[in-house]
Design a protein around this ligand. Sequence first.
Ligand code: CTP
Ligand code: CA
Length: 235
Amino acid sequence: ERPDSLPRDLAGCSIVVSAGGTRESLDPVRFLGNRSSGKQGYALARLAVQRGARVTLVSGVTAGLEPPAGAHVVQVTTAEQMQDAVRAHTATADVVIMAAAVADFRPDSMAESKIKKVQDEPATITLVQNPDILAGIVEQRAAGDLPATRVIVGFAAETGDEHGDVLTHARSKLQRKGCDLLVVNAVGEGKAFEVDSNMGWILRADGGESALPLSSKNLMASRILDAVGTLLFTG
Ligand code: CTP
Ligand code: CA
């Protein structure tokens, strides 16, 4: 669709979107990272601008994506930096969308000089937990600290395992996280990471579920913003 044919249904609305992956340094030349390309979050930010929203894009590391025209872009590297940047912009946001792949753990300290392979002994890396940015926002809102924030959106990339299928894991994640919408991507061979299309569901806190058929990340973005708009204007 051409941008000038899109509805301006998000006019006057302020949205924070996080995108891309975080990186946690081990030493000056190495890090723990992930395969997030940032494409889904960037597509959301771009489309939200086109639909009239004021958009802050808190961007971790991406596959060299162009910043979306009209969005305020804040670049970060680590999960802690991402939390600071998201927090700095949430107070005035109507909507927060956590599309970023945030590292769950970071090395407990960064070596100041390059870690060497001493006598072929592998170095032991001790990890500590990163803050859960999404859970923090949900908590702040529950405490009454984010009166403007009406819609909080989380993302989950899930595979089935011996404990349950993709949807089972996703439903319990929605409960655990306490967000209003959870966008679920079914991942596996060739799905979701580094590709242009996704397959999954949008789960609502009230139990509503809609399937997201295999489609481009732009079309996914449009369906996600439709669901956000429904909560903003009717919910
Ligand atoms: N998230 C976050 N901060 C973290 C980890 C995750 O804000 N430290 C957000 C992600 O941006 C995403 C949602 O939480 O919107 C779900 O992330 P996910 O990694 O699926 O959830 P986890 O609770 O970390 O569960 P898992 O053990 O499956 O990784
Ligand atoms: Ca995680």
